[in-house]
Every structure is written in structure tokens, then in C-alpha cells.
Design a binder for this molecule. Structure first.
Ligand code: GA4
Length: 322
């Protein structure tokens, strides 16, 4: 891989800043709402997703990325499939290779890459079981959030992502070690693995191995590094949830820096609604029409505009009310 991105300065650490949500704590709904308001980002523990399941999927993922390039490129595709260095179709690049799949596994366009793998059944099963379990945890989190916001019924948000037709995605990322990252020869600067962006969906759920790299952007514009924790999940608010909460929750900007020594492997579940779902501020969260910050759009409209944008663009701007 060539060095693709402009160098960036090393930021402060976010060790003590990042909210930790204990799903076994009945009072966690308040902490969840606060985390979504303050950061649009939080870490979840006691989540109920089996460590064994996660470990099997991680092994299968590592096996996939270890295949010869010629085999991986057989499943190259856009917007779903294998990709290397190029992100999206508008010129973004990063020190990363990835596999993008539909997470609605009943749809027939799920992980259809068995012929390439040594143990296709194991990979497919791991993907299915992982997605099912992570979707369940995501619904639990969204229900707690709804409760914390005082919205009824409890499934107002979770039903958007538990539906048969949801447009959800599973992304497997591999960031190979980048010898130039943070080296004197590169002015002590880091190479970008995945450039800064917000996620367009409702909420995203990330699990990585123990290699650092993920950073989130704070309200003051500074970046903090998220200490990796392979036993936990990291959630971030997406643009659609920012709109539904009328800007009360923040869709957090985040990025990944390449590590000079270790490979980073992450799996991200992007919980999206069905294509026809209307996205607009929830009426129960606004007192009168004048408070509405966004115009209504369908997920399909937003998705189209997303795929026509660059990674770092502010995609919500065009839907802000004048
Ligand atoms: C960011 C969130 C998800 O990874 C993703 C990305 C998508 C892609 O990789 O194809 C996009 C990016 C993401 C937003 C802007 C466009 C589309 C790359 C890009 C430059 C799968 C998604 O849904 O939007």
C-alpha cells in the first residue's frame, strides 16, 4: 500500500473521558442519554454478546484478510464487497482494506463469499450469529435511550432497526501496520487509516482487537484517542439519530489512524432503517414547529446523497431548516 493521506498531529488520550455504560445497571438509561448528548459516543460493558462468538468472527476475519490479494479482489464490489485503500467513490483513500456486507442476512445479498474461504460455513455462521446478537444488544441500547428520553412506546427507535427490511451494514476492516506512521521520516505524524467522518445511519456499533487507532472529535474540535478494549463495544450516534432527536444527540466525527507496529481489525454494525423510513425530528421532542432544526427526508434520499459525498463532508447541512 502507498502512503495515501496527509499527516496529522498526535492528540491527547481519552482514557477517563469516554462514558462507560453498564447494561446490567437499571439506571444506565440516564447515563446513556447524557453520553449521546455530550459525546455521541460511549462504551458498553455487560452487553450480553458472547466473547466466544466475537472471537470466532475475529479469527475468520483475519483468515479472510490473509488470503492472497487476487482472491480477495474476486469479491471486490461497490457499494458492498471487498475494497482496498479506496473508500467510497469520490476520491477518499486510507491505509485500510475492508469487506462490506448487507447485515440484513435474510435479504439474499448477505455474506455470499463462501467459495473463497477455507471454512465458508464457519464464516457465514459467525457473521449471522454475530449480527443477530449485536442487533439485539443495539435494540436494548435504543430502548434504554428511548426510556431515558421519556419517549413512549419503548420501541420507537428500536423498531426502526429490528424490522425485516432494515438497510443495515456490517463492515470488517483490516488496518495493516504502517511502517511510516508516527516515524521520524514522516515528521512524527500519523498516517490516516480511515478519514474523519460521521456515520449516516441511526447508530453504529464497533468492536476491535486490542490495537489503538480510533479517535473521536470533541465539541471543541480536538481529537481524543479511544483506548482499545476488545471485550467491549463502542457505540456512536449517527446522523439519522441526530435528526430524530432534533440535534439533542450529536453524530460524532471519528477517524482511525494507522498503527506503526500492529494490525487493527474491527467489525462495525451500522444500524440503519428501511429505505422508505421517514427521518424527521420526533414530535414528542419539540414543543412547536419553529424548533424543528431539520427538514424531513427518507433514508433512501439520505443514503443517495451520502454516496455522492466525500467522507469528511457535513452531509446534514443540506437538510437543515433555514
Ligand atoms: C461511512 C459509514 C459506513 O462505513 C459506510 C461508509 C460508505 C462507504 O464506505 O462506502 C461511505 C461513508 C460511510 C460516508 C460517505 C461515502 C459513503 C464512503 C463515502 C465516501 C458504509 C456508510 O454507510 O457511509
Amino acid at each position: 500500500m502507498a502512503v495515501l493521506s496527509k499527516p496529522v498531529a498526535v492528540p491527547k488520550s481519552g482514557f477517563s473521558l469516554i462514558p462507560v455504560i453498564d447494561m446490567s445497571d437499571p439506571e444506565s438509561k440516564h447515563a446513556l442519554v447524557k453520553a449521546c448528548e455530550d459525546f455521541g459516543f460511549f462504551k458498553v460493558i455487560n452487553h450480553g454478546v458472547s466473547a466466544e462468538l466475537v472471537s470466532v468472527l475475529e479469527h475468520e476475519t483475519v483468515d479472510f484478510f490473509s488470503l492472497p490479494k487476487s482472491e480477495k479482489t474476486q469479491v471486490a464490489g461497490y457499494p458492498l464487497g471487498y475494497g482496498n485503500s479506496k473508500i467510497g467513490r469520490n476520491g477518499d483513500v486510507g491505509w485500510v482494506e475492508y469487506l462490506l456486507m448487507n447485515a440484513n442476512l435474510d435479504s439474499g445479498s448477505g455474506p455470499l463469499f463462501p467459495s473463497l474461504l477455507k471454512s465458508p460455513g464457519t464464516f457465514r455462521n459467525a457473521l449471522e450469529e454475530y449480527t443477530t446478537s449485536v442487533r439485539k444488544m443495539t435494540c436494548d441500547v435504543l430502548e434504554k435511550i428511548t426510556d431515558g428520553l421519556g419517549i413512549k412506546p419503548r420501541n420507537t427507535l428500536s423498531k426502526l432497526v429490528s424490522d425485516q427490511n432494515t438497510d443495515s451494514i456490517l463492515r470488517l476492516n483490516h488496518y495493516p501496520p504502517c511502517p511510516l506512521s508516527n516515524k521520524k521520516t514522516n515528521g512524527g505524524k500519523n498516517v490516516i487509516g480511515f478519514g474523519e467522518h460521521t456515520d449516516p445511519q441511526i447508530i453504529s456499533v464497533l468492536r476491535s482487537n486490542n490495537t489503538s487507532g480510533l479517535q473521536i472529535n470533541l465539541n471543541d474540535g480536538s481529537w481524543i484517542s479511544v483506548p482499545p478494549d476488545h471485550t467491549s463495544f463502542f457505540f456512536n450516534v449517527g446522523d439519522s439519530l441526530q435528526v430524530m432527536t432534533n440535534g439533542r444527540f450529536k453524530s460524532v466525527r471519528h477517524r482511525v489512524l494507522a498503527n506503526c507496529k500492529k494490525s487493527r481489525v474491527s467489525m462495525i454494525y451500522f444500524a440503519g432503517p428501511s429505505l422508505t423510513q421517514r427521518i424527521a425530528p420526533l414530535t414528542c421532542l419539540i414543543d412547536n414547529e419553529d424548533e424543528r432544526l431539520y427538514e424531513e427526508f427518507t433514508w433512501s434520499e439520505y443514503k443517495n446523497s451520502t454516496y455522492n459525498s466525500r467522507l469528511s463532508d457535513n452531509r446534514l447541512q443540506q437538510f437543515e431548516r433555514k
